[in-house]
Design a protein around this ligand. Structure first.
Ligand code: 2X7
Ligand code: FE2
Length: 294
């Protein structure tokens, strides 16, 4: 069987979206909130239901590693994930499977590209909420294994250009491993766009009267990025990524967005934008690329 990445998605991970959906896995109950983003995820899930794929590869900003790029390397994880900032919103009971052979192949391909890599073999490891939230929003049934990839701190220690170069290599490694192992993969970037938080929290978390962009510059950057994606200009976005990261304090600084664009080969086909909205003032877009429609 010939493997390929069948679909890619930008899948932001604010735990608020899971909270607002009231799934059985999450303990807190909500009255709703962030509806447009959740409708966007609904549309993405409807697309994915029609897709034949067997694994989700996810790059998450909230699994930070200082030395190297790490890959989940244990077949099964089951535990409780509590958001460190919003424990009142996210206490999520996860039970997930890992495609370890694919993770090992990605790790080996990345090492062959000159990246420092490591398989994460600790069975008691607590999977980060960025991985769990994005995977839940795209596939709440958890009926596909995942490959979790850490966010190395190269952007912080060496700068945006070095970080991007590493993420380009990591994305290429992911694609090669998928092809070699004959997998049909969905690749997701668990990442917000602009990332300026509000500074006053509402008493009721889902009080939507607080939810808006708080700085016009952030909005302009987000719309610029969305337009580049919609018009198939992933390469141009890569050129502008260092400025986007710095000027909108973007979460793309963790590398997840560059990783996705690289894994997809910097698509020139228009991306489908399912939704844009703010969560605590940060900009979030739900976006997908159907690589088989290209
Ligand atoms: O991790 C996040 C995020 N990236 C954006 C908004 C709200 C909470 O958590
Ligand atoms: Fe985040």
């Amino acid at each position: 069987m010939s493997g390929r990445i069948v679909m890619g998605a930008l899948a932001p991970h604010p735990p608020h979206l899971v909270y607002a959906d009231n799934p059985k896995q999450n303990e807190p109950r909500a009255e709703g909130g962030w509806d447009v983003l959740r409708w966007g995820y609904e549309a993405l899930r409807a697309k994915l239901k029609k897709k034949d794929y067997d694994v989700i590869i996810v790059h998450s900003p909230h699994w930070r590693t200082v030395v190297g790029h790490h890959f989940l390397g244990v077949p099964h994880f089951k535990s409780l994930s509590v958001d460190p900032i919003f424990p009142n919103l996210f206490r999520y009971h996860y039970d997930l499977k890992v495609d370890v052979p694919l993770a090992e192949a990605m790790c080996a391909e990345a090492a062959a590209q000159g990246l420092v890599t490591k398989m994460m073999r600790n069975e008691k490891f607590r999977v980060d909420y960025g991985t769990i939230t994005a995977c839940h929003m795209v596939n709440p049934d958890w009926d596909k294994p995942i490959v979790g990839v850490s966010a190395n701190a190269a952007y912080d220690y060496f700068g945006n250009d070095v970080g991007d170069r590493q993420m380009i290599a990591l994305g290429q490694a992911a694609r090669r491993a998928v092809e070699k192992l004959g997998r049909r993969a969905l690749v997701i970037s668990s990442c917000s766009l602009s990332h300026r938080h509000f500074t006053t929290e509402p008493g009721v978390p889902e009080d939507m009267s607080y939810e808006r962009i708080y700085n016009h510059n952030q909005y302009l950057w987000d719309m610029h990025v969305v337009k580049l994606l919609k018009t198939g200009k992933a390469r141009e976005l890569l050129d502008e990524m260092p400025d986007f990261i710095d000027q909108s304090v973007s979460e793309a600084r963790a590398g997840s967005l560059t990783f996705l664009l690289s894994a997809l080969g910097f698509p020139t086909q228009p991306a489908e934008v399912h939704a844009y909205g703010t969560v605590i003032g940060t900009g979030n877009a739900v976006v997908s690329w159907d690589m088989e429609a290209a």
